[in-house]
Design a protein around this ligand. Structure first.
Ligand code: HEM
Ligand code: HEM
Length: 136
């Protein structure tokens, strides 16, 4: 059973990423707060790492997860720098922010295809672990 707190942290991160990438106006206050909340949730997730009872379906998936977390950290850092007077309107930072965001979405695509592929190959509902916490 995957404890509820891990599922809540996961969905919190997933929603912040999707909202910031596709829904919210770029760079507005709410975009910034949501971006920072994602990095806080990721930090909590890493702190709780050792408490996680359920092992990964695919051990190599953890590399994708670390890359996702690293991108979220990069977005917070570049986002923060863009807000400083010194870098106001800096095109390079904006470009880097956008590139990291695209890499993050690509990794999310790998994550979702991995879940899909695993479900198909092993005939199990892999994604249910993030919904009801049961590993099938
Ligand atoms: C989950 C995290 C985040 C994602 C997925 C994300 C994604 C994006 C995307 C796709 C854009 C539009 C880029 C463009 O087309 O120019 C953008 C713009 C922007 N983001 Fe983020 N972002 C995140 C976090 C943050 C954070 C934490 C901050 C600041 C504290 C921030 C500040 C900004 C600013 C100021 C812009 C406007 C840049 C411009 O004027 O083009 N973002 N972000
Ligand atoms: C759309 C944005 C998403 C992002 C950024 C994302 C990110 C992550 C990350 C970083 C992890 C590893 C850390 C953790 O356990 O929280 C993870 C695990 C997981 N995610 Fe997602 N996720 C997203 C969407 C989804 C969706 C739509 C599902 C399907 C219901 C899903 C199902 C899972 C499952 C089942 C695991 C655990 C797999 C394992 O044990 O290896 N995720 N996700």
């Amino acid at each position: 059973m995957l404890p509820l707190k891990f599922r809540l942290l996961h969905w919190g991160v997933a929603f912040s990423v999707l909202l910031n990438a596709f829904v919210l106006d770029e760079g507005k206050q709410i975009h910034r707060y949501l971006g920072y909340s994602a990095i806080v949730l990721v930090a909590l997730r890493i702190i709780f790492w050792k408490q996680r009872k359920v092992t990964h379906y695919n051990d190599k998936a953890k590399y994708v997860y670390w890359c996702i977390w690293f991108c979220i950290l990069g977005l917070s850092l570049t986002g923060f720098l863009m807000g400083l007077d010194r870098f106001f309107g800096n095109q390079t930072l904006e470009d880097i922010h956008e590139i990291i965001s695209n890499v993050l979405l690509f990794l999310t695509g790998i994550h979702l295809s991995g879940l899909f592929f695993d479900a198909f190959k092993n005939k199990r509902k892999t994604w249910m672990v993030m919904i009801n916490g049961e590993k099938l």
